[in-house]
Write a protein that binds this ligand. Structure first.
Ligand SMILES: [Zn+2]
Length: 286
């Protein structure tokens, strides 16, 4: 914490903040956010420096392996209480302030935590969907996660109480051991398999969603990348789109990113998203 405060107030950082502010002179810009945006809300960024390695959920395993699905729903149910305590941070609120002041066109996010909308942003493109929504693989119908977890409780009476002590990882995934007897909630319409309505590793962003993001970039005069190392391909496609338009890029991120050496990068701030975005909104009078 002390390190970030010092970095945020050093002369070099202030000069960079001034450079970032000047980027807004040509008109509203687009913002692309990644996991680093939500670390101050208590959701760990597994790609950040010093983070433990992690296997992203495998959707093929999810759809083909009944044991994997039982484990998923059990973990989701026990982890629910922790996820319910996650709140937007001042960085999310700073972006909402900038949008309300007409300084940004909107937010494109790689996160599935729904915190931008809850933080007050109105124009939000969720590239990877929303973790709070479940979708039937067969008929496409959607429900909220809490609705489906209610069905889980009906199918598995006493389960949540018996396993309340299970260890919950910071991202809400619970390490449950009682798995074999779990009854998995199914689509009430067609009996199909329900899955999170998110784009998993190895899946592609729906065309309409990418088009909405690209359109937002087209309306903007620059692209500001926040809390992402741009390891995700879709983010790089938006970077290329920005460059084709002849617009500059900017980065706020702790640690290196995939675009650090690009000539189109106008300013790069190596710092925390919460304090930098708050300082930016203050500087722009948002
Ligand atoms: Zn269905």
């Amino acid at each position: 914490m002390l390190e970030s405060v010092n970095a945020g107030t050093s002369e070099a950082q202030l000069a960079k903040l001034a450079q970032l502010v000047s980027l807004f002179e040509r008109g509203p810009i687009a913002v692309l956010t990644g996991a680093g945006m939500s670390t101050d809300s208590g959701i760990p960024d597994y790609r950040g420096a010093g983070s433990p390695p992690r296997n992203p959920m495998n959707i093929a395993q999810f759809t083909e392996d009944p044991h994997y699905r039982r484990r998923f729903w059990a973990g989701a149910r026990i982890g629910q209480n922790r996820m319910n305590t996650v709140e937007p941070n001042d960085g999310h609120r700073a972006l909402a302030r900038l949008e309300a002041a007409g300084r940004i066109e909107g937010v494109i996010t790689q996160n599935v935590d729904g915190l931008h909308r809850r933080g007050g942003s109105r124009t939000v493109v969720e590239l990877h969907g929303g973790g709070g929504v479940m979708r039937c693989i067969q008929c496409g119908e959607r429900w909220t996660r809490s609705e489906v977890l209610g069905w889980f409780d009906t199918l598995n009476p006493g389960y949540a109480e018996r396993n309340a002590g299970a260890e919950v990882a910071p991202d809400g995934d619970a390490l449950v051991t009682e798995v074999d007897s779990v009854r998995v909630p199914l689509c009430p319409g067609c009996g199909g398999t329900l899955r999170p309505d998110v784009v998993y590793f190895g899946e592609t962003v729906p065309v309409a969603v990418f088009d909405a993001a690209a359109e937002l970039v087209s309306r903007s005069t620059a692209l500001l990348v926040v809390g992402s190392s741009l390891a995700v391909n879709t983010g790089m496609r938006l970077v290329h789109k920005t460059e084709r338009l002849g617009n500059p890029l900017a980065v706020i991120n702790r640690g290196p990113t995939a675009i650090d050496a690009r000539p189109s990068l106008a300013v790069r701030i190596d710092g925390g998203t919460t304090e930098t975005l708050t300082a930016l909104a203050d500087a722009l009078g948002a």
